[in-house]
Design a protein around this ligand. Sequence first.
Ligand SMILES: [Zn+2]
Length: 331
Amino acid sequence: MKKLIASLLAGILMLGGLTGCSGTSAVSSANTSAASAASQEGSENISIVCTNFPEYDFARQIAGDCADITMLLKPGAESHSFEPTPQDIITIQNSDLFIYVGGDSDEWVANILDSMDRGTMTVFKLMDCVNLVEEELSEGMQAEAEEADEGEEEGPEMDEHVWTSPANAMQIVQDLSDTLCKIDPGNQETYQANTKAYLVELQSLDDAFREVISSAARKEIIVGDRFPFRYFCEEFGLTYYAAFPGCSTDTEADPATVAFLIDQVKEDKIPVVFHIELSNEEMCDSICEATGARSQLLNAVHNVSDEDFKNGVTYIDLMNHNVDVLREALN
Ligand SMILES: [Zn+2]
């Protein structure tokens, strides 16, 4: 626990370059340790509760030391099977701002919000910020077993992985910043300055992807795993083949799916096959074994490992890794 607190503090201190928090909170000023203010009970900071890592990181980049930010998902945990504990529900209820995605993975949110006395809590939903696309069953992809049965009743499902495109991330960050300014006008200048600086970084990330993809020999990726990159591929004009849609709960590979992807890799002479983060990588490995392609991580940034969380790794760090591996994969 001590270790965790120390690394959280380190993480917060790493944000030292950001504009200091100077509004409503009497304890936190440019000279005071931001960390002590943020971790003390009775801090006048607003409290933000997030469901997953992208939300957590976006909030952290905008709010710096002006907010106490909690991520409900434990670092290293699978995000699609998350279920809130009674304590999580109390944490949400006590927050000033609750951030969630709004898709299949956090369907539990709607029920909880309905049954909750929300008081002055503001709710921010990522899927309200951007134009949505449907989850897609591309050629060769394995349909999710339970959905094949229920599909007709439920209709098309919108893809929840909105943050995987940097352009969407910029839109979300701007909306989130505007929301924070409304909730906590005393720190408006800090939020706006942090947002301005962060949007420059996100724009550079977007530029880096564009540079790699526009000069690439191929515009096709193969993901031997779940496929949470619809928004990303749409944004950058990449075609793809993958094993499972969005974040299907199936990870047991159908031999026909594996065979299809192996053929595709051979036919298009694909040098790299991707798996996503916190995956068992089994399917990707079998495709690589059969074809001689290299296995690489394409990070969809649902969550980070415990170690990365302690080290203060960011959305931009993880996406920069994607820039590097795409350079290799599209060659
Ligand atoms: Zn997902």
